[in-house]
Ligand binder design. Structure first.
Ligand code: SAH
Length: 261
């Protein structure tokens, strides 16, 4: 019997309908699949039933990783590592499809890391990831809502995002304290060019630092009150940060880079 380690956020999925649903979000047959945080291999089994070309899993817990090697033998390749230390872009020669039911704090960190590190070529064709429900709602939020913010803007820059479903606590063992949601991400064909993604981080950080205040102060701080930028992007400084749509933020980052180059 395996005891779940709290420090590694171990809540294993046990609901077969949910496991089936996760594997139906995108096609698996003949694809290279990367599963992160496979745990006891419940999702792994469901994925393997759909005949991927190859399956690689990354698991930080050595005990679980050793068990997976025994359980699945040569049907999977087990990498015993911390996903946060992996350089994914250089790990694969072909595009991979990623599945992950990771600890919630890591899901957000890894998503930000992948977006910031993305070069011109995407190393994945889609990501199917589990998040804490509130965080998922922030990722897919519409502008003019209170969920809309930095995470929404950064996540949606290069990726299309779809919420697949909410997942209740009872689908896991042990039961987590919070509800979850499953999100599907896939690359955008066109997105506004920003040379250094850290500029997008900086702009959203400064704009959302005081989300109830008008845009005037953060705008002046970053753009020195540049009227041309305001006219070009049609921005009303009396609005609040949540009233500015996604594209306008990406264009602001673009203009910010232009002013400094
Ligand atoms: N996907 C499985 C397990 C979910 S629990 C299921 O749905 O049943 C989260 C898993 O992520 C655990 O197996 C945990 O050991 C692993 N994990 C936690 N932090 C990790 C990290 N930084 N890198 C890789 N795996 C990690």
């Amino acid at each position: 019997m395996i005891r779940a380690k709290k420090s590694l956020g171990q809540n294993f999925l046990i609901d077969k309908n949910i496991l089936e649903k996760i594997t139906n979000t995108t096609s698996i047959q003949d694809k290279i699949i990367l599963e992160i945080g496979p745990g006891t291999g419940n999702l792994t089994s469901f994925i393997l039933q759909k005949n991927p070309k190859k399956m690689i899993v990354i698991e930080k817990d050595n005990e679980l990783a050793n068990n997976l090697e025994k359980k699945f033998e040569n049907h999977i390749k087990v990498i015993k590592e911390d996903i946060l230390k992996i350089d994914e872009a250089n790990l694969f020669k072909e595009k991979v499809t990623v599945f992950g039911n990771l600890p919630y704090n890591i899901s957000t960190e890894i998503l930000s890391k992948w977006i910031i590190n993305l070069k011109n070529n995407f190393w994945f064709d889609c990501l199917v990831l589990m998040f804490q429900k509130e965080v998922a709602n922030r990722i897919v939020a519409e502008y003019n809502t209170s969920d809309y913010g930095r995470l929404t803007i950064i996540s949606n820059w290069k990726l299309n995002i779809k919420k697949i479903c909410d997942i209740g606590r009872e689908a896991f063992s042990p039961r987590p304290k919070i509800e979850s949601s499953l999100l599907l991400f896939y690359p955008k064909k066109n997105f506004i060019k920003i040379n250094d993604p850290n500029n997008l981080e900086k702009i959203t950080r400064i704009f959302f630092n005081q989300r109830r205040k008008m845009l005037k102060k953060p705008f002046n701080q970053l753009f020195n009150g540049d009227q041309r930028v305001l006219d070009k992007l049609n921005i009303d400084l009396k609005l609040r940060p949540q009233n500015i749509n996604l594209d306008t933020y990406y264009k602001l980052a673009y203009e910010y880079e232009k002013l400094r180059s």
